[in-house]
Every structure is written in structure tokens, then in C-alpha cells.
Design a protein around this ligand. Sequence first.
Ligand code: URA
Length: 241
Amino acid sequence: MRLDRYLESRLGCSARSVRLMLAARRIRLNGAPATDARQQVSHFCRIEADNEVLQAREPVYLMLHKPRGCVSATRDDKHPSVLGLVDHPQREELHLVGRLDFNTTGLLLLTNDSSWSSAIMLPERRIPKTYRVETRDEITPEYAERFRAGIYFRHENLRTRPATLEVLGPRLALLTLCEGRYHQVKRMFGSFRNPVLALHRESVGPLRLDESLAPGQYRELDAAEVACLRGHAPPDTEPVT
Ligand code: URA
């Protein structure tokens, strides 16, 4: 949003008054006097008028190790929700970047920055997500071929995008998807009539779940971690495509 439009609406004054305030250097943007009426401001700019703080919201980016038995929602009437695990002063502003099923564990991201979460969720970015999957029955070599070719989902009348399967043991594998359809992993294994017994998300793009986080624990992301998911990969990681 343009600074002058923000000020007109926030202060309830005319475009002319806003221009005069800017010319008199009465408006500060991120600590410095603002003079360009047309400059863009975001939810996270600090904006002051005559030393009154109009807006000073800090962006928050968290990674959470989601435990089993917890709903990916900010609130739930019956079950514990992931937001209930977060003790942060800006907790009420947070939303989830994607969801995991009730008994799925692993990496879940939370933020109050909707431009960041939208960038991660954009389907055309095809950010890969890797899951560790334990199944009831053996995972045969045919699975990898079929997952690469795509599994037909009758309900949506679509074929899943090519997915990569790395078999780690008779009933254990890593599956990497570049999309996030409803119960996708369970349905892909379900096409072999092989139920998933445990599902854990290890990574989203270049960001891996911090192994020092026990289920239910979370931590703030650092600036490089935030940037790599926004699309600016840090030098030691592959660019996100
Ligand atoms: N696929 C599933 O089936 N469940 C999840 O929680 C995530 C991906």
C-alpha cells in the first residue's frame, strides 16, 4: 500500500493534510523521516506521526515439531491445536503455512506474514516436501515407478505430479512431493492398498526440521531460513524452483 493512502485512512485526514505532514517531516518510516508520499509500506513497517506510533508490528516466523494427536488449526473445540503449543507474545496473529493430518508429525511453519506464507504455498513454485513414511506392508520397487508416473485420484480427476520415492527399508521410505493434495501421501500408498502407519514431514524446500526440537517444541527461524523459502536461497543451498 502507498504511504499516503495508509496515512489518509489511518489518520482519517485528507490527501492535502498528508502531503503537508510529509513535507513538514512529521512522518517517520522505519525510524527516518518519510517524504515520498507514493512509497510502498507493508504491515511490518514502523510508522510514526508526530512521535505517535501508528504501526509497529514485528514479523514472526516459527518452525514447530508437530506431535501426534494435534490438529493443524489455530483453534479446535475437541482436540489440542498446534497454536496451543506456542507461547509467544504475537501468538494470536499467527497462521499456519500448510497443514498436517492429526497423527502426522514433523515440520510445520507458522507466521504472521501472509506474503511469506503465500509465496511458499504458490502451487507453481512446486516447493518439494519430504515425508518419512512407515507402512504396514512391504514397499516394492514398483512403487517408485508408479509414484514417478503419477497416481490417478478419481475424486479430483487428476494425476499426481511426479514424486520421488527413496526406499530405506522393507516398510520405510522417504517420499518427496511437489504439491499438497488432501491426504496425498496416504492416498498414494492407499493405491497399493498399503496403509500408512506413521507419517513424518522432514523438510519443506531447503528447510529441514531441526532435530533438536522435541515433538511439541518450536523455535524462531533465522533470516537466511526465512529468505530461502521466500525464494532467495542462501549461498550454500540449491535455489528453490
Ligand atoms: N499427506 C498425508 O496423507 N497426510 C499429511 O499429513 C501430509 C501429507
